[in-house]
Design a protein around this ligand. Structure first.
Ligand SMILES: Nc1ncnc2c1ncn2[C@@H]1O[C@H](COP(=O)(O)OP(=O)(O)OP(=O)(O)O)[C@@H](O)[C@H]1O
Ligand SMILES: [Mg+2]
Length: 526
């Protein structure tokens, strides 16, 4: 997604229909401090935008697929994206728009229970909705004479063919019955079948989806299956999705995070007013355009605490805690590094032998906590808030030790800050000595950086937006972080970085998983 300045969505502000980014000059911007209960219908806590922001192209693709399906050309869309990026919101919007033109929408979701998940959970959900709509007789009629194959999934239909989970042969018959049922439903009205959260799908659901993808022929069915692209263990889903790609009329749609303009649109729609620049800066620097995080952070600001919401903190912390200890160490080292950390610098700073380092990196990458950008030799924590939580959980001594690791590595070998001008490398070195609690050793480096201010602006690699933005949280002592505050050491470093004046890069989910061996990234393996 490029940098758009208007989402295409129009928003009703004060009964005037405005393009959503047109700032009405007669109203004061919403300031950064707490604003309680100024959103109609708000019950407290997180509030979602009443209008869909952006996603114009994605909706167009989905609607085109639906039109093809309505003409007897079944379509399958695999909708990927990181947690909270808006997959459910998009399919909900599609469902609402389809519902208005007579398309039937049925949806079911996989659930994260036990290893392997419950068999057929999403399809059971779909059948239950159908049962409520059509009654047992209606569903039996749609399923045809083999309906008892379905009764194991839906006991309300009557006596099942098998008492327990179906054998392989029975499962094949079940799939045929379901295919027939979907086909007959599609004859009544075009059907959109949504299967959500495929990353949690059990084996049977996966098999069923693969069967449908291979066997849909002329059914008026659009099948949309969503999955998280940042779920731990994604490696196992990747080959499966690749198989689906090969099996039939499959299209991939990968949702990206919002850009700044879209985040402003989201905030505007939630607040019913144009947010101040301070608010936008504070939220966007930390949410990096993830709409779920944007909602959470805005709710925190509006509640007046400014604390990172416990829901978000615990969620992110839980993912870090699932890592083996060496991987957590490496993750912490990358978080403290503050921007994409080149492999050789990490190796020198982290104090792990190469083999241990690669193993730890592999684990962090497999858990979707570290990523790298195509064409860049660097590791980065997946999201600014994740980095914030990792840093906040470090003890002061640990943090200082990690910074000292970088400082020592860069002192002997400034070239490890690959790609940076000497002045930028010196600024980075000074920041690390400062954060390591050794300001005297930072001095010469700071002088070196300060002597060549122009060169500082000319460095080729961007710092992550969240490092340069005013939302960068305070230094030592913060836990959970506070919005819009910055500790002195961090503030200086951040100010130096802000002076770099480079564009904020998107930390979107389109980034590839890093290759722990430092090889150049390949195309998305999924
Ligand atoms: N395009 C959008 N416009 C407005 N709000 C959005 C948009 N996309 C997402 N949101 C909001 O962000 C929040 C998270 O979105 P959603 O639940 O759809 O994410 P998701 O990708 O389905 O996440 P998960 O993987 O956890 O299921 C929701 O409250 C949703 O309303
Ligand atoms: Mg969802």
């Amino acid at each position: 997604m490029g940098d758009r300045h208007e989402s295409g969505i129009r928003h009703s502000l004060w009964r005037v229909d405005l393009p959503i980014f047109m700032a009405p000059t007669t109203y004061a911007p919403v300031p950064l401090q707490s604003q309680r209960r100024d959103n109609p219908g708000e019950m407290g806590g997180r509030v979602a935008s009443p209008t869909l922001v952006g996603r114009v192209e994605e909706l167009r693709i989905l609607k085109a697929a639906r039109s093809r399906a309505a003409n007897g050309e079944p379509a399958v869309v695999l909708l990927g994206g990181e947690a909270g990026v808006g997959k459910t919101r998009l399919v909900t919007e599609l469902a609402a728009r389809c519902g208005a033109d007579g398309t039937r929408v049925l949806s079911g979701g996989c659930v994260p229970v036990s290893a392997g998940g419950l068999p057929f959970t999403p399809i059971m959900e779909v059948l239950r909705v159908l049962l409520a709509e059509l009654g047992p007789g209606g569903v039996r009629e749609l399923a045809g004479p083999s309906w008892p194959e379905l009764a194991w999934l839906l006991p309300a239909l009557g006596k099942p063919q098998t008492a327990g989970p179906p054998s392989q042969a029975a499962q094949a018959r079940l799939f045929e019955v379901l295919l027939g049922l979907l086909g007959r439903l599609g004859e009544q009205a075009p059907l959109v079948l949504v299967l959500e959260d495929l990353h949690w799908a059990d084996r049977s659901t996966r098999d069923l989806l693969a069967f449908l993808v291979r066997n849909l022929r002329r059914e008026q069915v659009l099948l949309v299956a969503s999955y998280r692209s940042d779920e731990p263990g994604q490696g196992r889903l990747g080959p499966y999705l690749a198989e689906l790609d090969r099996g039939g009329p499959v299209q991939r749609l990968e949702l990206q995070r919002f850009d700044r303009a879209e985040t402003i649109a989201q905030l505007t729609a939630i607040l019913g007013a144009v947010p101040s620049n301070d608010l936008v800066d504070a939220v966007f620097a930390r949410s990096e355009g993830n709409p779920f995080f944007t909602e959470e952070l805005l709710a925190a600001v509006r509640a007046g605490s400014g604390e990172l919401p416990a829901t978000v903190r615990d969620l992110l912390r839980g993912r870090v805690e699932a890592l083996p200890e060496p991987a957590r160490q490496v993750l912490a080292a990358v978080a403290v590094g503050g921007r994409p950390v080149p492999h050789r610098l990490l190796a020198a700073a982290a104090g792990l032998d190469e083999r241990g380092l690669v193993e730890a990196l592999r684990a962090a990458v497999a858990h979707q906590l570290l990523v790298s950008r195509p064409g860049e030799d660097g590791y980065e924590v997946r999201h600014a808030l994740l980095r914030e939580v990792i840093e906040a959980d470090l003890l002061p001594g640990e943090r200082a030790r990690l910074h000292a690791g970088y400082a020592h590595a860069l002192t002997g070998r400034p070239e490890l800050a690959a790609g940076d001008s000497p002045a930028v490398a010196a600024a980075e070195l000074a920041a690390h000595w400062d954060a390591a609690g050794e300001p005297a050793r930072a001095l010469p480096a700071r002088v070196q950086a300060g002597l060549t201010p122009h060169a500082v602006g000319a460095g080729p690699r961007p710092w992550p937006a969240s490092r340069a933005g005013p939302g960068r949280p305070a230094g030592p002592g913060r836990r959970g972080g506070r919005l819009g505050r910055r500790g002195p050491a961090r503030g200086r470093a951040a100010a130096g970085r802000a002076q770099l004046g480079r564009p904020c890069h998107r930390a979107g989910p389109g980034r590839r998983a890093a290759d722990p061996a430092g090889r150049p990234p390949r195309d998305n393996p999924r």
